[in-house]
Ligand binder design. Structure first.
Ligand SMILES: *[C@@H]1O[C@H](CO)[C@@H](O)[C@H](O)[C@H]1NC(C)=O
Ligand SMILES: [Zn+2]
Ligand SMILES: [Zn+2]
Length: 372
């Protein structure tokens, strides 16, 4: 899958003198980024710029740059050297040799063999939530800011749970292996061995003698993240927007995704939506039903739809206004608007009006008959 571009690029790798650009910038992370942030950034950017997927000029170079940044920043020792002495310090450390691991091998080992088999590390749960927006926002498109609570790795201990690295000791119960071996006598003189997860360290092989004061040894802390949901005009109901890797963090897994299912609120001043169609109910009087009328309907974004009917309008008649429905998703066209008319009859009529209606519908009334 990679062999073609591999050959092409191997020459490039040797030629690229990785420039002194900031490695943190290359990964689009801050200098205080946690190991997990760095992993996440590499995961995202290496997929984005992989020459198999991205044919833009400059993508390959970016891919190599991202790989180099990850190689350094994911390694505690190299990262410290880089933080203190920059690229020059790293070169000195590596004995003057410039590059580096093959960025394609690195990509494959990170993703466990390429795009197809990516899930090697354990992943946290994917969280799926409904997110209600107004129908007007669905119609116009909108950027909606929201907050979400989640666990993040403690930035003090970087997820180890210990006050310092020196406070993580090898477990004495299992000698660091994480399992205890039990010998059991089944018959006199005959023993069976069984293995059990070490109960002193929970199978980790290490114990923490002094807990991190910041997270109390929990390894994670509460965090309220700020996000923006981009609602695109005409988004289908239930459309899933993925916030990659924004699930709860833990040192034991790679954070899962948060998926928001975007739905429009049902209560939008009489507007209803069905896919790309919009429905609106309009009340008219008997006179308007019979004689015709003009009406201005204010649409979801405030523009006016002018209605001018000359004909008789039956109760429950549905008028179709083409092109005034929801925008088609990712297209410049619109669905249709369906206006249903509700004819409102007066609750009572005066004797005067009654007489006139009788005259209108049945012809002139005889005076003497009327007085009977
Ligand atoms: C509808 O709005 C237009 C301006 O957009 C205005 O000229 C017209 O008089 C209005 N018609 C009614 C029936 O209100
Ligand atoms: Zn901590
Ligand atoms: Zn143990």
């Amino acid at each position: 899958m990679y062999s073609a571009s591999y050959l092409l690029i191997i020459g490039l790798i040797l030629a690229v003198v990785v420039n002194a650009a900031d490695l943190y910038k290359a990964l689009e992370v801050s200098r205080h980024a946690s190991e997990q942030d760095i992993r996440k950034a590499y995961k995202r950017l290496s997929r984005k710029y992989h020459p198999d997927k991205n044919k833009d000029p400059g993508a390959e170079e970016k891919f190599v740059e991202v790989a180099h940044a990850y190689e350094v920043l994911s390694d505690q020792e190299k990262r410290q050297i880089y933080d203190r002495h920059g690229e020059e310090g790293l070169k000195a450390h590596e004995g003057g040799q410039g590059f580096h691991s093959n960025p394609f091998d690195m990509f494959s080992s990170f993703f466990g063999g390429g795009f197809a088999a990516q899930q090697q590390t354990r992943r946290g749960h994917t969280v799926i939530m409904d997110f209600e927006v107004s129908l007007a926002d669905m119609y116009k498109g909108a950027s909606i800011d929201f907050m979400m609570k989640k666990n993040v790795l403690c930035d003090h201990c970087r997820g180890s749970g210990a006050a310092s690295d020196g406070d993580i000791h090898s477990c004495s119960g299992c000698g660091g292996s994480g399992v205890k071996i039990f010998k059991q006598q089944i018959f006199p003189g005959m023993f069976a061995q069984s293995q059990q997860t070490c109960n002193d360290c929970g199978g980790r092989g290490t114990v923490i003698v002094k807990k991190c004061p910041h997270c109390g040894g929990e390894k994670v802390i509460d965090h309220t993240g700020h996000y923006t949901l981009e609602v695109e005009a005409g988004m289908p109901e239930g459309y899933e927007v993925i916030f990659e890797g924004e699930g709860d963090e833990s040192p034991d897994w790679e954070a899962g995704d948060v998926i928001l299912r975007v739905k429009s609120a049902k209560t939008e001043g009489g507007w209803r939506r069905k896919e790309s169609s919009l429905y609106w109910r309009e009340s008219i009087s008997v006179a308007e039903a019979l004689l015709g009328f003009q009406r201005n309907i204010t649409h979801l974004d405030g523009h006016i739809v002018e209605i001018d009917r000359k004909a008789v309008t039956q109760p429950s008649f549905v008028q179709i206004v083409e092109g005034e429905g929801m925008p088609h998703f990712h297209e410049s066209t619109h669905g249709d608007l369906f206006i249903e008319y509700n004819v409102v009859l007066p609750t009572e009529i005066s004797p005067e009006v009654r007489r006139k209606l009788i005259e209108t519908f049945y012809g002139p009334v005889q005076h003497d008959r009327d007085e009977l």
